[in-house]
Ligand binder design. Structure first.
Ligand code: AMP
Length: 368
């Protein structure tokens, strides 16, 4: 099938790399000025122009009449993608993506399904910011409702001084969500997929480590009681079905005791699911394509323990990538501090052995 992907980053790259063996071909839609190195050589690249901004037929034709259009990021033009629907499938549905574009809308939607989130208030101005912080009490996380990611567009307020500093900037602040701090034990995520017939599959719950607000390392299945795994699956099931979702979704959560609070939904393949590439199962990238192309969903339950370490602004040295158990992925990106440029996947029959290896690799890669 001909698949068009909105976006040209590493997620689009890995979708295409998973799709080529299945006989799919790809077109990538780039914003003006967007870097395209990740997808070079993997399909045609089409740039947004004022003409194709106008309506669906122009965009459909510019993309070369694809069978299906999908996304590698949530910040996409929802009304424009909706105008494609008379011409081809658009998965996930742009209206489902819309929920994930705005932190306030997303949390309100989750709470309406009975799914817990951090307590929150929305604020558009200094008065609302003051009132929201007062209602929740310090410390709070203040996050822009739109466009923030990986810790960007985010402030942690610990006291009145921090609040006054932010209030001084409040005239220029976009709409924000103020969240009470969740005293979590760890961060976990669940990757799941649903197809148009309503069939759902769930990868095991994954535990994640972050560094400076950016995903650093993952390990799956998370070491957790069966009840917690079941709770995560139930959350994913509710979200997928409420949105009549088609494709892969990632649900990022905080675990506090035996509670799970959803922090964020990502309507796409996700960094915390990269371990699925090396775990002897259908990867998240393949399952996304299978879901959006109507090809039946693949196996998601790994028999071994699987882990991932991100390469953030660094290359992995030869000694590490030469290890027999290390699978090395690079995204064809130039190095910049903190930039996601690749990752390493590892598996082991023994969880403790894998934990030790992941720690050793993180320490070897990141000396600070
Ligand atoms: P986010 O951009 O929402 O993914 O947040 C980035 C990181 O900040 C998360 O991975 C958490 O480590 C931390 N964080 C965000 N929101 C909260 C919260 N309400 N309570 C505690 N930690 C948080």
């Amino acid at each position: 099938m001909h698949v068009a992907i909105v976006g040209c980053g590493q997620l689009a790259r890995m979708m295409a790399l998973a799709g080529w063996p299945m006989g799919h071909r790809f077109t990538f839609l780039a914003d003006q000025g967007e870097g395209i190195d990740c997808v070079k050589g993997l399909g045609e690249i089409v740039y947004y122009t004022p003409e194709i901004e106008l309506e669906g037929l122009a965009l459909f034709q510019a993309l070369g009449n694809p069978d299906v259009v999908t996304v590698e990021r949530e910040h996409v033009n929802v009304p424009l993608l909706n105008t494609l629907k008379p011409y081809c499938s658009v998965y996930p549905d742009p209206d489902a993506i819309k929920y994930c574009q705005h932190r306030g809308r997303e949390k309100t939607f989750l709470n309406s399904l009975g799914i817990q989130t951090a307590p929150f208030h929305l604020a558009n101005n200094a008065d609302e910011l003051n009132a929201g912080v007062k209602a929740l009490g310090f410390p709070v996380f203040v996050k822009t409702c739109e466009e923030g990611y990986d810790g960007y567009g985010q402030w942690v307020l610990k006291n009145d001084e921090d609040l006054n500093d932010l209030v001084a900037k409040a005239d220029n602040l976009p709409e924000v969500v103020i969240e009470g701090r969740v005293d979590f034990d760890r961060e976990v995520s669940l990757i799941a997929a649903r197809d148009a017939s309503g069939e759902c599959v769930f990868y095991p719950l994954t535990e994640n480590l972050h560094r400076n607000g950016i995903l650093w390392s993952s390990l799956a299945p998370a070491d957790a009681p069966a009840e917690l795994h079941a709770k995560a699956k139930d959350i994913a099931d509710k979200v997928l079905n409420a949105l009549e979702y088609v494709g892969v979704i990632a649900i990022e959560m905080f675990q506090a005791g035996d509670e799970l609070l959803v922090n964020e939904l990502a309507p796409r393949v996700h960094n915390s699911g990269h371990w699925t590439q090396g775990a002897g199962i259908c990867s998240q990238f393949e399952n996304h394509l299978r879901a959006i192309c109507g090809l039946g969903l693949g196996h998601t339950i790994n028999s071994q323990h699987a882990g991932m370490v991100n390469l953030l602004g660094i290359e992995a040295p030869k000694e590490i990538i030469s290890e027999s158990n290390v699978q090395h992925h690079v995204y064809n990106k130039s190095l910049r501090p903190g930039r996601k440029v690749g990752h390493l996947n590892l598996v082991s029959d023994d969880r403790h052995t894998l934990e030790v290896k992941l720690k050793r690799i993180r320490e070897a890669l990141y000396k600070d």
